[in-house]
Ligand binder design. Structure first.
Ligand code: 3BY
Ligand code: FES
Ligand code: FE
Length: 427
């Protein structure tokens, strides 16, 4: 069999797989977990990457991770290395992290600082806007440097959050409105004057959707998260169908205080993709530390009140976040393979806070390190059970797992739209 025949078989099978995925999504039982191949099949995973992670806006990091000119960080979106760098004008730019000479990965560290971007292979050198400055002296007289700049990725920021989209064209959506709302809701935090205080990278042997599903419900919290439940209320947001009159009263009291201080808190959503809401923590708790007491003596930005609860920011497909009074925590999920994901968690404090004086990094991260590890085990066991020939999609609890139902609706609608099959409303 020739190489071309092999290629044709691969192409035919991926086309079949795309039809199969469309079919699985159109025929799935709403409010039930997904059919097995969507959680464990390598070809289905490839389609998730092509149609979701290579087409949608992804959360990649915070602007305060790269405060100065030449600061950069890197990440991998599937097989696509991406570089995010602050340029001399203060703008945040994203590029495909692949050299225009022979394609080597250009920046090979997770983060760093450079004057220019120099490829380690043959030293082609680019400026922080991706222009090729220098390509050695051996490229011949008619070599045109201007045709060999780094390939940009779409990059937008809002309220200190950096989003990247590696599609040719970003999706048509209300992303501008979401970014404007992030600016408004994040204003009290003054993200540019924060710094990274701690970071964790956790490899989880589970499909990325299982990681997200787990995050979108607290049905499992009582059974698994003793540390988190010292401070976290189990309701997902202020519209939670389980919310009691006592909770609503408590929320209203807190909200009146926040209104006086000009602290945004009202529930806002942008389709199923984004949701922002400030939720109180348990009465008496300031932040998500082991006993609810302060995590850092310096409050963030213009904040004066320790008890701001947690502003929860959801960005599908790959992030959830907890913004509190003296620190905030961001979470990013990057799929690695059908059954493996990377979950990165970062804790930020005021940029002038001194470790060991104003905050103890170990104490700051204690609750979410424990919670992440508990969630990792839940996700991995979920994956192992789903791999069984005995697995059959099971029903979600609507009052407890509406967040999961919403996530899968977004996933299914997005895939059907991107696969060209229309959304569920056309069925
Ligand atoms: O707190 C979170 O980020 C999510 C929401 C509910 C359960 N889980 C731990
Ligand atoms: Fe980058 Fe050769 S591959 S300089
Ligand atoms: Fe959990």
């Amino acid at each position: 069999m020739s190489h071309n025949d092999l290629l044709n078989i691969t192409c035919a099978s991926i086309i079949d797989a795309r039809d199969q995925m469309t079919d699985l999504l159109k025929r799935r039982q709403p409010n039930y977990s997904l059919p097995q191949p969507l959680y464990n099949d390598p070809t289905m995973f490839r389609i998730d990457m092509e149609e979701v992670f290579q087409k949608e806006w992804l959360f990649v990091g915070m602007t305060s991770e790269i405060p100065k000119k030449g600061d950069y960080f890197t990440l991998e979106i599937g097989q696509n290395p991406v570089l995010v760098v602050r340029d001399a004008d203060g703008a945040v730019n994203a590029f495909h992290n692949t050299c225009r000479h022979r394609g080597s990965r250009l920046c090979q560290q997770q983060r760093g600082k450079v004057a220019n971007l120099v490829c380690p292979y043959h030293q082609w050198t680019y400026d922080l806007k991706g222009n090729l400055l220098f390509a050695g002296t051996n490229m011949g007289g008619d070599f045109d440097k201007s045709l060999h700049g780094l390939k940009p990725a779409h990059c937008r920021t809002g309220g200190g959050f950096i989003f990247v989209c590696i599609a040719e064209q970003p999706p048509e959506s209300d992303f501008d409105n979401f970014l404007a709302t992030l600016e408004e809701y994040m204003e009290p935090y003054d993200v540019e004057n924060t710094k990274l205080a701690a970071e964790s990278e956790m490899y989880e042997k589970a499909n990325w959707k299982l990681v997200l599903e787990n995050n979108r419900e607290c049905y499992h919290c009582a059974g698994s998260h003793p540390e988190l439940l010292n401070t976290l209320l189990e309701w997902d947001d202020t519209n939670d169908p389980r919310a009691t009159p006592e909770f609503i009263d408590y929320y209203n009291q807190q909200a009146a205080q926040w209104d006086q201080e000009g602290i945004p808190h009202l529930h806002r959503s942008f389709g199923q993709r984004n949701r922002i809401v400030r939720m109180p923590l348990k009465p008496g708790a300031s932040v998500m530390t082991i006993d609810g007491s302060e995590g850092c003596t310096k409050l963030l930005g213009r904040i004066k009140n320790h008890q701001l609860g947690s502003m929860r920011i959801l960005h599908l497909p790959n992030s959830w976040n907890h913004m509190q009074s003296d620190h905030f925590i961001v979470f990013r999920v990057l799929p690695i393979s059908a059954q493996e994901s990377l979950v990165t968690t970062k804790w930020f404090v005021h940029k002038d806070a001194v470790p060991g004086v104003d905050y103890d990094p170990e104490r700051l991260r204690q609750v979410w390190d424990a919670t992440n590890d508990q969630d990792r085990i839940l996700g991995e066991e979920n994956q192992r059970g789903i791999n069984s020939i005995g697995y059959q999609p099971g029903p979600y609890s609507e009052p407890y797992e509406f967040g999961v139902i919403n996530f899968l609706e977004w996933y299914s609608d997005t895939l059907l739209k991107n696969l060209g099959g229309g959304d569920n409303s056309e069925l």
